[in-house]
Design a binder for this molecule. Sequence first.
Ligand code: ATP
Ligand code: MG
Length: 348
Amino acid sequence: MPLIAILPGDGIGPEVTAEARRVLDALDLGLDYEEAPVGGAAYFSDGHPLPARTLEVAKRADALLFGAVGDPRCDNLERHLRPEQAILGLRKELELFANLRPARLFPGLEDASALKPEVAGAIDMVIIRELNGDVYFGEKGMRTTASGRREGYDIMSYNEDEVARIARVGFETARVRNKKLCSVDKANVLETSQLWRDVVIEVSAEFPDIELTHMYVDNAAMQLVRNPGQFDVIVTGNLFGDILSDQASMCAGSIGMLPSAALNGSGKGLYEPIHGSAPDIAGQGKANPCATILSAAMLLRYSLGMDAAADRIEAAVTAALVSGARTPDLGGSLTTREMGDAVLKALA
Ligand code: ATP
Ligand code: MG
């Protein structure tokens, strides 16, 4: 029986993962679940954001459904004890280097998008973000300069193997979609980006059927708003991918709609909404659970090969939205639980 580790985490994490769990239960797929604490919740219960017992379950599970981490009460802790270290640790420990973030406008959400309806309607893309390198994992620190001023630094680095493996995920994703890949970098300024571009071009020789383009990240940010319909698959680094995918989410209606998968090539994956713990609305039943429900669908598809069940979940979310079900982020007034109910009703 496949084992799913559920790591609800902080803020709205427990509220949204509970709805995804209800949807999975309704499908009766014969899955096993084990829940474990992570993030600030784990710091308070176990003294560490990624306790050994959570890492043990994560390693044993076939796939992970993750809520969100982040708790303002932890802001002054030493960096290694902060909630965010848990997700960085899981990505590193499980070598989850490829983050797939589909962004598309669901039917009926044209008015929720930050863009004009006719522009927003064309959004259907996958942003592939590298997750194991870049400025997030380079040496970082704080020092005092000769003149006695404080100076913070974070080293940005990528090696060619890291770039090549994420480039391949990009090309392979393009191959099963519309055979177009746009690589986003800042090669006019950054050495890491120059290497990125060189390696992506080298790897492209293995994929002659894919049309490859390159774009600077600042231009990509502009194009995402001006004409998002031009993008199909974007592959980019850890930092640029973080920013561009939040931006794409607003174009697609709400940050509360977008799921993600973090994969390592073995079939195992960690699935989570792209949003964070949203402390400003935590515990109030205002969170949109769709991103997490859609993350559960990605889990079924990518880690368990249960495509039919994944299709059913995605169709149910679409049907719920079409029927007018909306949480406040989409301009409606349903609670998190009521939105979950609407999806369950559409499923039945
Ligand atoms: P992180 O650093 O973990 O990505 P963040 O600082 O980007 O976190 P989020 O927690 O994603 O912030 O929240 C950003 C904004 O979006 C907040 O105002 C939050 O209330 C809103 N938000 C996030 N997720 C949801 C959701 N599922 N439903 C409704 N609103 C949400
Ligand atoms: Mg964010």
